[in-house]
Write a new protein. Structure first.
Length: 317
């Protein structure tokens, strides 16, 4: 259907982390600021709540710090290269040029977030850093087997989107790339540095894309024609062409999710939901499932009968 001038089918032969504060460090620390109830929903935080309500609380309300991870940081560097490569004229967008951008983008990120230096603090010879950079370069190079940036002129890159639904729920997030065809059709593209999930686990990534599609639909009045996930880890591209019914279903799901979040915020009742993913959770020391105790809940809670009480010691249950 020809977005920009991409070759037909480019990438269809072909590929996890996130932007909007992906994974480690996403929540940051409150830094003394008063805790506030959640005000908006992003795909990452919606996924957090679906995975484990207590994890959502730790990230959004308590804003507990998280350790940076090599994988998430590598994803940030790769995303930066794939974004900035389009600053160059089309003919200069080569695999060799993109690979060469990786060390510089790592240095830029490190300058913005000096705490990332701890990732390689125990690597005096720089061997682990070199291997990590080489992995990032390989991911960047693989992208060229999936898409051809010389034939693409994105309408937007790293696009911040935010909208308010009729219910008052605000949705927001960052879209890696938006392509617009001469005919006006919109394609939303997301890069994943992990491997493509098995079909039974694909719904999570697609949920994120439908979330973005809903926001774009509400903002621009056009249902995106195609959602495209580019999995650099396994060299695959997955696409989905949404319809209005899909996006209305996502809207209903988000409204139900927001109602559940609102209720948990008011009552302070954030349940842990242990899964295999707990192995990746930075907050086990605070999680009752692992013998921990959550911090004192920092928001007022609504006692039975509707009266509010000040910050109570209500934990996760
Ligand atoms: S360890 Fe598991 S159950 Fe506990 S907060 Fe983290 S994700 Fe939730």
């Amino acid at each position: 259907m020809g977005w920009s001038t991409e070759q037909d089918g480019a990438g269809t032969q072909g590929v996890q982390d996130a932007q909007e504060g992906s994974g480690a460090g996403a929540a940051g620390e409150r830094g003394g600021e008063p805790a506030r109830p959640p005000a908006a929903l992003s795909p990452s935080r919606a996924s957090d709540f679906m995975q484990c309500p207590l994890l959502y609380r730790f990230r959004v309300i308590d804003r507990l710090p998280e350790k940076p991870s090599p994988a998430a940081t590598r994803g940030t560097v790769v995303h930066a290269v794939l974004e900035r490569l389009f600053d160059a004229p089309a003919a200069a967008r080569t695999a060799a040029g993109a690979r060469a951008m990786v060390p510089g983008e790592w240095e830029r990120l490190l300058a913005k977030r000096p705490e990332l230096a701890e990732l390689f603090a125990d690597d005096p010879e720089g061997e682990r850093l070199a291997a990590w950079l080489a992995e990032a370069e390989a991911l960047v190079e693989r992208w060229f087997s999936l898409e051809d940036p010389q034939r693409l002129e994105p309408a937007d890159r790293e696009l911040y989107v935010e909208t308010e639904l009729a219910s008052g729920l605000r949705l927001r997030g960052f879209i890696d790339r938006v392509d617009v065809a001469p005919t006006g059709e919109v394609r939303i593209v997301d890069y994943k540095t992990g491997k493509a999930p098995r079909p039974e686990f694909a719904e999570g990534a697609l949920f994120q894309m439908k979330f973005y599609a809903l926001v774009v639909w509400r903002l621009r009045g056009v249902v995106p024609r195609r959602l495209q996930l580019v999995y650099l880890g396994s060299g695959e591209v997955r696409t989905y062409d949404p319809g209005e019914a899909d996006l209305l279903a996502v809207e209903r799901k988000l409204l139900a999710l927001w109602e559940a979040i609102r209720l948990a915020t008011e009552t302070g009742d954030w349940r842990p939901r242990p899964t295999k993913l707990c192995g990746w959770c930075d907050h086990r020391a605070h999680c009752p499932e692992f013998g921990g105790t959550p911090p004192v809940y920092p928001l007022p809670v609504r006692a039975a009968g509707g009266a509010s009480a000040g910050g109570s010691g209500v934990g996760s249950r």
